[in-house]
Design a protein around this ligand. Structure first.
Ligand code: ADE
Length: 306
C-alpha cells in the first residue's frame, strides 16, 4: 500500500515567483522547498537556516532535481532568525538576487522536551525567540521590504498544540502565539494584498527531529503512534502539508487568509510526552445529589466497552 509522494502541481505554476523558506535545510523545511521546486513549478527558492553546511548540501541536492530549461533555482542563505539584522540581510540579499519575494514560509523553529518546572530562563527564551520572535521578524521584514507594496503570501508552520502541549509547554505557547499573530496580520496586511495562513503538522518523523530530541526521540516518535488514529507517523513529504503549502500559494487559495490547516490525522498530543500522574490531591467535589451514585460507579468494573 505504498503511495508515491509525487506532486499534483502543474508545470510553470510559479514561473518567476520567489519563495523564502526558513529552516529550509532539513526535515519539513527541506520538503517544502523540494515541493516548491517539483514538477517544474518554476519557483525560485531561497532556503535559510543557521547551519550553512547542511544548507549548502540541501541546495546542491535540490538543484539536481531542476531541469535545465526551468527558471527555478535554489539558493542557500545563512540566517539566524533570532537576530533581527540577519533577517533583514536575508530579505535584502533575496531582493538583490531575485528582485522580489512572493512567498515566505516561516518553518524555522525548534524545541526540546522538558517538564515546565524544569525549563530554565535560557531554554524558555531560546524557544520563544526562535519560534515566535523569529517568525515575527521574518514576517515584518518581508512585509516592509516587499509585500507592503506588492502583496504576497505567507505560511507559518505551527504545531499540534490546540489542547496544550504538555512536555513542551514553551513551544506550545510560542506556536499558539504564532497562530494568533497569523490572524492579526491577516487583517492588518489585507490592505496590501497579503494573505497569511498557518499549517499545523502533527508528529512528523525526520532524522533531524530525532537527533534534536536526543534520547527522547525514539520514545516520542514511537509512543505517539498510540495517539494517532492513522496508526502511523507522518513524514515531511506529506503530512507536514508541504503540498498544501503550494496550494496556499497558488490562485486556488486566493480567498483564504488567517486560516490554519491541521495536518495531524486527528492526532491527540495530550499524552505524547506526558503521562497523567495518578494522584488524590485535587480538591474534593462538593457533597450533593450525585455523590452516592459516583461512589457506586467507582466501586464497580464497567460491564461493556464501546
Ligand atoms: N532553525 C532552527 N533554529 C533556527 C534559527 N535560529 N534560525 C534559522 N533557522 C532555524
Amino acid at each position: 500500500r505504498k503511495m508515491a509522494a509525487s506532486s499534483v502541481l502543474r508545470s510553470g505554476l510559479f514561473n518567476n515567483k520567489v519563495a523564502v523558506v526558513t529552516g529550509g535545510g532539513t526535515g519539513i523545511g527541506r520538503a517544502i522547498a523540494a515541493e516548491l521546486l517539483y514538477l517544474e513549478t518554476g519557483c525560485k527558492v531561497v532556503i535559510a537556516s543557521r547551519k550553512i553546511e547542511r544548507l549548502n548540501e540541501t541546495a546542491q541536492a535540490l538543484s539536481k532535481t531542476i531541469p535545465p530549461s526551468s527558471p527555478a533555482k535554489v539558493t542557500p542563505i545563512q540566517c539566524n532568525i533570532r537576530k533581527e539584522e540577519e533577517v533583514r540581510s536575508l530579505v535584502n540579499s533575496t531582493l538583490e538576487l531575485h528582485g522580489r519575494i512572493d512567498f515566505l514560509v516561516n518553518n524555522g523553529g525548534g524545541q526540546f522536551p522538558s517538564p515546565a518546572d524544569a525549563i530554565s530562563a535560557k531554554g524558555w527564551n531560546a524557544v520563544i525567540e526562535t519560534n515566535l520572535t523569529g517568525t515575527f521578524y521574518c514576517c515584518r521584514e518581508v512585509y516592509n521590504a516587499w509585500m507592503k507594496d506588492h502583496g504576497g503570501a505567507i505560511v507559518n508552520i505551527v504545531a499540534n498544540m490546540w489542547k496544550g502541549f504538555p512536555g513542551m509547554s514553551h513551544t506550545g505557547a510560542a506556536r499558539a502565539a504564532v497562530d494568533n499573530l497569523t490572524k492579526s496580520l491577516a487583517i492588518e496586511w489585507a490592505s496590501s494584498g497579503v494573505r497569511i495562513n498557518s499549517v499545523a503538522p502533527g508528529t512528523i518523523f525526520s532524522e533531524t527531529a530525532m537527533a534534536n530530541y536526543k534520547e527522547f526521540g525514539p520514545y516520542l516518535f514511537k509512543n505517539s503512534i498510540a495517539q494517532i488514529p492513522a496508526k502511523r507517523l507522518g513524514v515531511p513529504e506529506e503530512n507536514s502539508g508541504t503540498r498544501h503549502i503550494c496550494y496556499v500559494f497558488s490562485s486556488i487559495s486566493s480567498y483564504i487568509s488567517g486560516y490554519v490547516c491541521k495536518f495531524n490525522a486527528r492526532e491527540s498530543c495530550l499524552k505524547l510526552l506526558f503521562s497523567l500522574i495518578d494522584h488524590d490531591r485535587w480538591p474534593c467535589a462538593p457533597e450533593g445529589p450525585n455523590s452516592k451514585a459516583v461512589a457506586e460507579l467507582l466501586s464497580k468494573e464497567p460491564k461493556s466497552k464501546l
